[in-house]
Design a protein. Structure first.
Length: 654
């Protein structure tokens, strides 16, 4: 069977959607749906390969499995391993920051083993990894999901009552997808199986339709019926074109859609398009779209490291962003026309040898400059003294905090999971007086262990809820935050009826679009106050709100020790790394919340902890150069110790 141009066209649209989502997320917030389309296409192709092999009576089931895996892996592995190798070299030569190198070593190892879809903690999400752009292998998660599904594909194909089984498994997987929150279902292979199955079901349906047409063609038909058949064919052509246009409209819509709605919609629409389309479909089979589909695999693998470099080192330069897209396209075209076309023509033994060489090359290069990183956040000795600490030791400690940032969000006592985003802590005495709830974005688990240590003697129930990058009272539009998160927070507050709520966030959306006008006309504030009022009626005593403080520029905090080596003054470093984006707006809205709330609310403020009156600057490192904040903008172990006295006093006075 030759290449179907319409399927290549769908691939072209899918990769353009993914590129739009990665490079221009504000304009293409639904572009991640391109991955859903890829999974449907993959399921269709897998079913086709197995079906074609099964039609040969001279091939046993074992041989079929061998042919299936051989064809899939020879198509995927050589280019995949080559791009990993190039990316690792790119990492060492262009990403000067040692922290980023060390984070990516672990990610590269996961990518080589096709386990990139494994989350390091419950607080980690795909969208957070995209926004941080520290991991240049983030995008390999989808191939990990695909390879993991390949393991069970032949087994599913050989099961009795296969067609019925496909529908049953699809329904079970859809149910699992709906049950899991988005950050879990996005990575989870079991929550993705239904999308592959839609592709496999589509192939089986297409075969049945094809067989029916063959039977009709063999019958003697009346001549006068031909015009009616032509009119029917023309009608179906327009229906298919309408479905394709609607599909494109949804994927490229500049308004974010709920994934619980959009992902099933696009998955089923893609299946319908594949079922009804043919290689002459004029919208999908145009040369440009087909060629983009041809290079889609190279483009998918290559584009993200290039974007990651731009995001980390030139985020404000939009011209360089466009240049990055062009570079990714040109490099993908070069790789496709040289390496990809070349190895596809090789026999199996040569492809196997090539793949093994590349795998060993990747293993060898990952061993270079290998540094062991502990999963524990330690506090360096004598950090409160003025100096005598070697800058190499400081740099090593800072790198460790940065590299293990996400891992260290895990709250050790959060052992009783209430839902995907809420947990109940263990080890509390029922004789303690209060029910306490912590809510917020990732700053809530960032403070979780500290809060537990200081308040464990006051709480008989301590529940922690965290929604990555999403503040409880106003949702960021750039982080895929969903309105249902409001409902989940309210549900837990209503069920617990806490004595105290602690609202712990790093400001993101709370400071947006502030112009200093009346709060009555402030859309962001009115939404914040509306959501807060819904919670207040279930709180017995008080709500504590952590006020906004400035943060640092992610690209500058990692250069801290480098600046110190150059003898740049601490005050100048303060000014270089400080990020005041939306800071004043967030503080103004917090102040108004306290005013409108009255005695039932109290503000917690870190301002005086990090503000230096002598230099009139905010400082997020100590006199030795140890960071108080990581390059993913959470407090380090030392930063948490800096604010511990505040929490000790609050907990003691509850």
């Amino acid at each position: 069977m030759g290449k179907r141009f319409d399927l290549q066209g769908i691939r072209g649209l899918a990769i353009l959607a993914v590129l739009g989502f990665h490079f221009f997320p504000n304009y293409f917030p639904n572009g991640f749906l391109g991955v859903d389309q890829f999974f449907v296409l993959s399921g269709f192709l897998m079913c086709m390969l197995l079906t074609k092999s099964s039609e040969d009576e001279n091939i046993s089931n074992l041989q079929m499995v061998y042919i299936f895996y051989t064809r899939r892996f020879r198509r995927i592995l050589p280019l995949y391993q080559l791009v990993l190798f190039i990316s690792i070299i790119f990492l060492y030569s262009c990403f000067a920051d040692k922290t980023i190198q060390e984070i990516n070593k672990s990610s590269a190892q996961n990518a080589m083993m096709f386990i990139s879809n494994r989350m390091k903690s419950d607080e980690e999400s795909y969208f957070e990894k995209l926004a941080n752009s520290v991991d240049i292998f983030t995008h390999t998660w989808s191939l990990s999901v695909e390879i993991q599904f390949y393991i069970i594909t032949p087994l599913l194909f050989f099961m009795p009552f296969r067609s019925v089984l496909f529908y049953v498994i699809s329904l079970a997987s859809i149910g699992y997808f709906c049950y899991l929150p988005n950050n879990f279902s996005f990575f989870n292979v079991f929550a993705r199986i239904w999308q592959f199955m839609i592709g496999m079901i589509t192939y089986e349906l297409s075969q049945k339709i094809s067989n029916e047409y063959q039977l009709l063609d063999s019958d003697d038909c009346e001549k006068q019926e031909e015009p009616q058949e032509e009119r029917s064919f023309e009608k179906w052509t327009w229906i298919l074109a309408s479905i394709i246009v609607f599909n494109i409209f949804v994927v490229f819509l500049p308004m974010s859609l709920n994934p619980l709605f959009s992902r099933p919609l696009i998955t089923f629409l893609t299946g319908i398009v594949i079922l009804l389309s043919n290689e002459d479909q004029y919208l999908l089979s145009n040369r440009i779209l087909v060629y983009i589909g041809d290079i889609s695999y190279s483009l998918y693998l290559i584009h993200w490291p290039i974007y990651s470099y731009w995001k980390l080192y030139a985020e404000q330069n939009q011209l360089l962003l466009i240049f990055s897209v062009v570079i990714a396209m040109l490099f993908s075209i070069f790789v496709y026309n040289t390496f990809e076309k070349w190895y596809i023509k090789l026999d199996n033994s040569r492809v196997f040898i090539l793949t093994i060489i590349l795998i060993f090359a990747n293993i060898a290069i990952l061993k270079l400059n290998n540094v062991s990183i502990s999963n524990e956040s330690t506090i360096p000795q004598q950090t409160n003294k003025t100096i005598f600490v070697n800058l190499e030791d400081v740099e090593k400690q800072n790198r460790e905090w940065n590299a293990n940032d996400i891992i260290n969000l895990a709250v050790k006592t959060c052992t009783k999971r209430i839902s995907s985003k809420y947990c109940n802590t263990s080890g509390l005495s029922p004789r303690n007086p209060y029910k306490i709830l912590l809510i917020g974005n990732s700053w809530a688990p960032n403070h979780g262990n500290l809060f537990y240590e200081e308040c464990k003697d006051k709480a008989n129930i301590l529940v922690l809820g965290a929604n990555t990058a999403c503040e409880p009272f106003y949702l960021s539009k750039e982080w895929n935050c969903q309105p249902k998160d409001f409902d989940e927070t309210r549900k837990h507050v209503e069920n617990l009826k806490p004595d105290y709520i602690f609202h712990i966030t790093r400001h993101i959306a709370y400071g947006e679009n502030f112009n200093g006008t009346s709060f009555e006309n402030d859309e962001v504030y009115q939404k914040m106050w509306k959501e807060m009022k819904k919670l207040l009626k279930f709180v017995n005593k008080k709500v504590y709100l952590l006020d906004a403080i400035p943060t640092v520029k992610k690209t500058e905090i990692v250069k801290l020790v480098g600046y110190l080596r150059k003898n740049i003054s601490a005050v100048e470093i303060d000014k270089i790394m400080l990020d005041l984006t939306n800071y004043e707006g967030a503080r103004a809205r917090y102040a108004q919340l306290i005013k409108d709330c009255g005695d039932k609310c109290e503000l917690i403020d870190y301002h005086d902890i990090f503000y230096r009156k002598d230099s009139k600057t905010f400082r997020f490192f100590d006199d030795n150069g140890f960071e108080y904040i990581t390059n993913i903008l959470h407090l380090t172990a030392l930063g948490l110790e800096k604010v511990r006295p505040i929490w000790r006093k609050i907990c003691a006075n509850l």
